[in-house]
Design a protein around this ligand. Sequence first.
Ligand code: SAM
Length: 245
Amino acid sequence: MRIDVVTLFPELVGGPLSTSIIGRAADSGLVEFRVHDLREHGRGRHRSVDDYPYGGGAGMVMRPEPLFAAVEPLRAEGAQVVLMDPAGERLTDSLARELSAVAHLALICGRYEGIDERVRTLVDREVSIGDYVVTGGELPALILIDAVVRLVPGVIQESSHEGDSFASGLLEHPQYTRPVSFRDLSVPPVLLSGNHGDVDRWRRRETLRRTLERRPDLLDAADLGDDDRSILEELRADPTDEIRR
Ligand code: SAM
């Protein structure tokens, strides 16, 4: 997989792309990152890439020419072009999975008040990281990259992300590690029992409990079996149910 990032702040993205799991994915050749400094396509001595908005108003707008100059060659190479934008489709687990199968992505990071509208004719899709505005597209692009690259086969073990929240449409169950007892808080005994069947049943129940408590909206679309439905009925009937088996 190759991911190009078009940005006015290459130094902002370099660190995260060379660190930890994402950095190792690049080192091992599973993904290649290329960061493009948009300033190289700017005008004049100051390499300016922005201008005042027609019609007036606060802030500056990114001019179309530098973005076209940076992105058109990437399109010609076959990249799927993604604009980071608050008006885009929301980044979700299923969108991350879809993008993880794309061989070549080019991400455009906006700045200032955003881009000249004509730049949208260059892009295949627009992606938002949520209903809030940050100062630039770099952090949204890094979030997208992290969510996508960890799903690329070989980057992490499939078993470690298949049980993650949202992968199955539900939230993940609680996790514990040593020590067994910390302050007055103990690990549920079932997790120490060595009985894998009991552990699996406990995890499923806690997955359903957590989803019911925090994101009941997810249950509508989740793939639930008859056992799940009866557990949910029990939990709804007795929300304080303290079965920890
Ligand atoms: N004036 C724009 C608006 O109201 O939609 C916001 C511009 S924002 C300050 C500058 C850039 O940050 C955007 O062009 C976009 O690339 C990025 N950005 C900000 N919030 C974002 C979000 N929630 N998702 C994706 N990108 C975002």
